[in-house]
Design a protein around this ligand. Structure first.
Ligand code: TXA
Ligand code: MG
Length: 324
């Protein structure tokens, strides 16, 4: 059964917090993407997340908390580096991986002895966390491996009535998932690029920051195919994109195009969506645009390759994972 998103009011936030206490699932907006939340201290409730998403049980979840003051509920020793990053970037789109306290359920951490923690900046998320009081374990509120939701309607489209409530906070302002930094051992390492860049992290920690190697810690966001549309998607540099469009159209193929250059957006093709040419605005529009094209049941989606620099790191990471 399709779910209707709930308008945010102080009452609906309190109801959502009550549902979390009762072990139910609540989808809620964050500034990155919508999350599918459960009481992180309740393994049975957390189990419902995996069932609703069709997600393998060994994939860890991020625990959302209302403030950095709650870090000590989840980790025995809060490293200075975590406090520095929290001060600089929380509330905001940064997840910090730390060694977990013994009481943190393994259901949340996918059996690992580390836990991912984040204070989100979206006011609805913060109000929910404050009303709830504890940690809310929440992955992105999509079926496993699919495009993350940036609107409440996207959540309603994908998840059924295993979710007790979807709080409708409108469009997510950041639009791609948080940057994940692992501080669980001596070497800070980025496990997933996001809006907060490696340079920004480096400027605060004043130390070099590694980039994830697939072997270090298992993070599903690091798997080759993730964030994928159903339609086959291809990434092409602007130079070859125009001839690809011609070729595929000549073969009678139904194609969709995601472009940011005006020269491509103005080509005579029915399904071209022009995204902004600034990385931050592109990020905010990307998942909705992908979903829109995916829903047209086309033969393929061509995506113009963005520049290869730090500002575009999160976009490039997601596009590589969404394409063949
Ligand atoms: O922006 C976000 O991070 C969103 C919103 C809802 O907060 N959440 C999100 O969750 O993207 P999810 O589950 O789709 O991705 C979480 C990522 C996964 O790649 C997971 O493996 C990684 O975080 N992660 C969580 N805990 C971890 C841990 N202890 N060690 C390594 N990776 C971890
Ligand atoms: Mg996800």
């Amino acid at each position: 059964m399709a779910l209707t998103p709930t308008t945010v009011t102080p009452q609906s936030i309190q109801q959502a917090a009550d549902l979390l206490h009762q072990g139910e699932l609540v989808a809620f907006p964050t500034e990155t993407v919508y999350g599918l939340g459960a009481d992180a201290s309740n393994p049975e409730a957390v189990g419902k997340i995996f069932a609703a998403k069709g997600r393998p049980a060994d994939h860890p979840l991020i625990v959302h908390i209302a403030s950095a003051a709650q870090l000590s509920d989840w980790t025995e020793e809060v490293p200075e580096s975590a406090l520095q990053l929290a001060k600089a970037f929380w509330p905001g789109p940064l997840t910090i991986i730390l060694n977990k306290k013994a009481c943190v359920p393994l259901a949340v951490t996918g059996g690992q002895n580390t836990v991912g923690l984040r204070v989100p900046a979206n006011p609805v998320a913060l109000q929910l966390l404050q009303a709830f009081g504890g940690g809310v374990a929440a992955p992105s509120a999509n079926r496993f491996g699919r495009i993350s939701p940036t609107l409440a309607e996207h959540v309603a489209e994908e998840l059924n009535d295993s979710v007790a409530c979807i709080l409708d906070g409108g469009a997510c302002s950041v639009g791609v998932e948080s940057t994940i930094i692992d501080l669980s051992d001596g070497q800070p390492t980025i496990l997933r690029p996001g809006r907060i860049t490696r340079s920004q992290l480096k400027a605060v920690l004043k130390t070099d920051i590694g980039l994830s190697s697939q072997t270090k810690i298992r993070a599903p966001g690091m798997m080759a195919v993730h964030y994928a549309p159903n339609t086959m998607a291809l990434l092409c540099p602007a130079e070859t994109l125009i001839s690809m469009i011609d070729e595929l159209c000549a073969e009678g193929k139904q194609i969709g195009v995601l472009a940011f250059s005006t020269e491509i957006a103005n080509l005579p093709c029915l399904n071209i969506l022009q995204l902004p040419d600034q990385a931050e605005h592109y990020e905010a529009a990307l998942y909705s645009a992908m979903r829109e094209l995916d829903n047209l049941a086309l033969d393929s989606i061509l995506i113009e390759q963005p520049p290869n620099n730090e500002a575009w790191a999160a976009v490039n990471d997601r596009l590589e994972k969404a394409t063949v």
